[in-house]
Design a binder for this molecule. Structure first.
Ligand SMILES: Cc1cc2nc3c(=O)[nH]c(=O)nc-3n(C[C@H](O)[C@H](O)[C@H](O)COP(=O)(O)OP(=O)(O)OC[C@H]3O[C@@H](n4cnc5c(N)ncnc54)[C@H](O)[C@@H]3O)c2cc1C
Length: 378
């Protein structure tokens, strides 16, 4: 499709899920896309990720849903079990409205990254690694960028997809504090027992929360969340000991996989931070997207979905608007409330898990309601 913005020169900063997806979407609308990544390699941590239906819908719009479905494990049910492993309740995960996709997909992060990177190359984006911008000068009709190697270039559009601690956000809007939620989680890659065909979460044991997502015919991953000090930095061997200790109260499925929780190479520990930049997420022809603009806690497994939707929405707004300056506030207005809902709801669930006990805490209802909201068109 030819629009006013076809052929515009775009810089995307950061080759995470959002930067790769934004590159695909913008190149698909005829922009000339350059993607820069500060790391040497474009790769993702070797843990699993849970993609809810809206993420799959956006992946379909980006032309890669079938590849992701082939690489991962589609699920349609969400079961809650008690600490003994007995079924307490279950609900059907809603397909995204207007689509026939499964309500959820588990996939290993490196596989998702590979699919997105291949599609970014196929769509014509050029990619430079070991490169980061050090200054942005936003002019009325362009953005001048200086990179850490000293080279400079001028772009019609700059997209900051550089994550929670975004330097593009800081260059555009100044410092914006991230909120630490006092909670973190260990993720462990495990073999998949044949009976694990859907999402399974345990009812919490005190302030410890555990769940499983299948990621392929052979594999699944476990997430185990608990209160954590911000400066807690255990070694991989200590992380194995920690997760074995935290999961000790849980029986059933956990008893089946406990003996596999021994390899320090299969565990990682992450702390939960959030950030929500105020609307508009743009200044002139520069904009922030993904975790740089709205980083949720992982509780709803919706961070990647919001990144992928951002990418699709940004491409659509750029294609529809008479100018990039018009497209970016429209993009921010379209996305802000939905992403705020995810940040606020996931933070609430994190708080309930960290401070259990009050009678109004209904994790399953809040989670099911949120999935229903997010399955609506965006
Ligand atoms: C423990 C945990 C579990 C999660 N589980 C899920 C889940 O199951 N499902 C889900 O949907 N979401 C989940 N999320 C959230 C999801 O991972 C994120 O929302 C998503 O990965 C954010 O992608 P992004 O591309 O915006 O940022 P990032 O993944 O942070 O990518 C940013 C990229 O930019 C690069 N970069 C940074 N600064 C610069 C710079 N100055 N110049 C150039 N490059 C730069 C980085 O190296 C990186 O490659 C989870 C998050 C956590 C912490």
């Amino acid at each position: 499709m030819t629009t006013e913005n076809t052929g515009a020169r775009a810089l995307v900063v950061g080759a995470g899920i959002c930067g790769l997806a934004a590159s695909i979407a913008l190149a698909g609308e005829g922009l000339e896309v350059e993607l820069v990544e500060r790391q040497t390699d474009i790769e993702a941590l070797g843990s699993g990720i849970t993609l809810i239906g809206p993420a799959l819908r956006a992946l379909r719009m980006l032309g890669v849903a079938d590849e992701c479905l082939a690489e991962g494990y589609g699920v349609t049910t969400f079961e809650t079990v008690d600490v003994h492993g007995e079924l307490a309740s279950s609900f059907e995960l809603p397909s995204p409205v207007g689509d026939d996709l499964p309500g959820m997909l588990g996939i290993m992060r490196p596989a998702l990254h590979r699919v997105l990177l291949d599609q970014a190359y196929r769509s014509g984006a050029t990619i430079r690694t070991r490169t980061r911008p050090t200054s942005l000068e936003v002019r009325p009709d362009a953005v001048d960028v200086t990179f850490d190697g000293g080279d400079r270039a001028t772009y019609d559009l700059v997209v900051g997809a550089d994550g929670l601690r975004s330097s593009v956000r800081e260059l555009l809007f100044g410092p914006m504090p991230q909120r630490f939620l006092g909670q973190g989680c260990v993720r462990v890659t495990l073999p998949r027992p044949a009976r694990v065909t859907g999402e399974i979460q345990y009812q919490p044991a005190g302030d410890v929360f555990v769940g499983f997502t299948p990621t392929s015919a052979q594999s699944m991953y476990m997430y185990c969340s608990f209160p954590l000090a911000e400066d807690c930095r255990p070694t991989p061997v200590e992380i194995v000991e920690l997760v074995r200790r935290k999961t000790a109260p849980f029986a059933g499925l956990l008893d089946e996989v406990r003996d596999h929780m021994v390899d320090p190479g299969q565990v990682n520990l992450a702390r939960f931070h959030t950030v929500l930049a105020p609307h508009p997420w743009s200044r002139g022809r520069a904009v922030i997207v993904g975790d740089a603009a709205h980083c949720p806690a992982p509780q709803l497994a919706a961070g990647a979905a919001m990144c992928l939707e951002d990418a699709v929405a940004l491409g659509a707004e750029v294609a529809a608007a008479p100018s990039i300056e018009d497209a970016l506030p429209a993009f921010s207005a379209r996305r802000h409330d939905r992403c705020r809902f995810v940040v606020e709801t996931s933070s609430l669930l994190s708080r309930w898990q960290t401070y259990p006990g009050s009678s109004d805490q209904d994790h399953e209802r809040v989670t099911a309601d949120a999935f229903a909201v997010l399955s609506e068109p965006f």
